[in-house]
Design a protein around this ligand. Structure first.
Ligand SMILES: [Ca+2]
Ligand SMILES: [Ca+2]
Ligand SMILES: [Ca+2]
Length: 125
């Protein structure tokens, strides 16, 4: 995740923090136009957000300031952790209609940066 933060910083941006329903809907709609949602024949596609519970399991915050996560667009059944409790990063997951999923931070995934000035996230990769 540190590496992704640096990458976003290089664009004067940050990993996306989803502040409200409007911002989430914007991201979900954008991802749906790029990928097929809910088609498990497709490879896994997930986009990291700034959401994580690295410091305190079950206590979800937005990096880098550890702001408490107020709006949580979890997919049904999420966050479900994993057997090793390593699922500490929040991604938007294609198998779950790009709702939020807790997943292993070490997985290589796409990610979304947003500019501070803009209320909505920007898909860069
Ligand atoms: Ca935001
Ligand atoms: Ca966790
Ligand atoms: Ca999960």
């Amino acid at each position: 995740m540190e590496r992704l933060k640096e990458y976003c910083n290089a664009f004067s941006a940050a990993l996306v923090a989803i502040d409200d329903h409007d911002e989430f809907t914007f991201l979900q709609d954008t991802l749906r136009t790029h990928h097929r949602a809910n088609d498990t024949r497709q490879p896994i596609i997930e986009y990291w957000t700034a959401g994580n519970d690295i410091i305190n399991e079950g206590h979800w915050v937005w990096a880098p300031n550890s702001e408490p996560m107020e709006f949580k667009p979890w997919a049904p059944g999420e966050p479900n952790r994993d057997v090793h409790d390593k699922d500490d990063c929040a991604g938007l997951f294609n198998y779950e209609d790009f709702l939020m999923n807790d997943d292993n931070c070490d997985e290589s995934r796409f990610f979304i940066c947003e500019h501070e000035e803009k209320p909505n996230g920007e898909v860069v990769g």
